[in-house]
Design a protein around this ligand. Sequence first.
Ligand SMILES: Cc1cc2nc3c(=O)[nH]c(=O)nc-3n(C[C@H](O)[C@H](O)[C@H](O)COP(=O)(O)O)c2cc1C
Length: 339
Amino acid sequence: MVVRIGSVEIQNNLLLSPLAGYTDLVYRRLIRSLGGLGLAFTEFVNPRGIMNGNSRTIQLVETAPDDRPLTVQLFGTDADELADAAVLMAERGSLTIDINFGCPVPKVAGKGGGSGVLRHCPDAVRIAQTVVKKSPCPVTVKTRLGWEMGDLVAPALARQLEDVGVAALTIHGRYGMQKFAGQVDLPGIRAVVEAVRHIPVFGNGDIQTPQDAARMIDQTGCAGVMIGRRALGDLWIFRDVNEYLSTGIVPSPPTRLERTRKMIEHFYAIVAHAGPERAVIDFRKRITPYTKFIGPCPTLRRGIPCAKSMGEWEDLVFRFVEELEQNELETTALGEHAV
Ligand SMILES: Cc1cc2nc3c(=O)[nH]c(=O)nc-3n(C[C@H](O)[C@H](O)[C@H](O)COP(=O)(O)O)c2cc1C
């Protein structure tokens, strides 16, 4: 299902969340190769870092022609700075620009950025208006339901953001104070969907399965969904949700061996892009989500976070792959025997 966001279109209604420390170029390419994704987001980046050419920030917004469509997400409270960075990012290939009004971490929210802005919504409207006026591409906003638990400010804010030209919204169905606790509040998201006139609202939070995505769309009326944490360990989730929403059928899941091979592909893609040391370090955090779906693998779960070199990483992983291959051979042989 094509979705229009201001002057642009995306080919379906599934978005990859911005996830700080995870949703980089290498990872986005891997997700794209499996299909089903409508639009990917970078993690949130500091506009000042972009404007100053800070090398770490520039790395965070690294992209390539095969990494489209892409949205760069910006955070901060200085409207002019955000607007200038939006112009630069649009020139460098960002299809739309997203403003982060959702981050709950004290370092950001405490200074009135991220979801901290929900304690004073006129600031959010003023910032968004400034960015919209200057940005050559559509501007979107990702936010939460409000700051204080139960203080649902997002519907009225959504309407005001639409009035100043924001082209789409993503609503994580929690309050800032909640961080990630509790369950996503679907009626809260629905209230936002009902508050706007034309712009698409994407629902976000706790989507683990294609059925969860369908439920969010059914119960809130949102135009599409954004998926984050599930996609870190299950790279097939967009393919699965897309297939389910279009046909009602969930594709058969990849085997443990296929999942492990995809993880290995990820590792070598980081090696090729940033070198073996980076890959080994990066995988210390990336292994946990992968192991959730690979199934029992204590040697990987405990060993990979301690691996000090590419050789150690490979020893652990390839020994595990041999075990899996052996198991598969035995299962096949048993099956043939039974026939
Ligand atoms: C490790 C991590 C990093 C995140 N980084 C960002 C970020 O940079 N920008 C943002 O808007 N949200 C960020 N989020 C929030 C997610 O985008 C998403 O809204 C949230 O995880 C709920 O969706 P999910 O249940 O599908 O993961 C982050 C979440 C996690 C767990």
